[in-house]
Design a protein around this ligand. Structure first.
Ligand SMILES: [Zn+2]
Length: 92
């Protein structure tokens, strides 16, 4: 359901379509790939909608995994350079 931002750490409520980013994924039942009636299969495809608020959409995007689960992945940032994790060397 689209009631809030998909980010579990974010509680931004979904209010307007033009705010943030709406993702649409086509969910195809795996067991029906070889169904004898393609038309019936097409009609059964269901769309799922997910929403990220403006703040989260600027940092994350959504990907559908081969198993059908939706994964929130960090977008590559162009503006800000992510600080490199510095390995602490032991000064022996
Ligand atoms: Zn959010």
């Amino acid at each position: 359901m689209l009631d809030k931002c998909l980010n579990p750490e974010c509680s931004e409520p979904f209010l307007y379509l033009h705010v943030g980013r709406l993702f649409r994924f086509e969910r195809q039942p795996h067991s029906n790939i070889n169904a004898p009636e393609p038309a019936a299969v097409l009609g059964r495809n269901s769309w799922e909608f997910f929403w990220l608020c403006e703040n989260c959409a600027s940092r994350y995007t959504l990907l559908m995994q081969p198993d059908g689960t939706i994964e929130m992945v960090a977008r590559p940032t162009k503006k800000t350079v992510a600080p490199r994790p510095q390995k602490k060397r032991k000064s022996a």
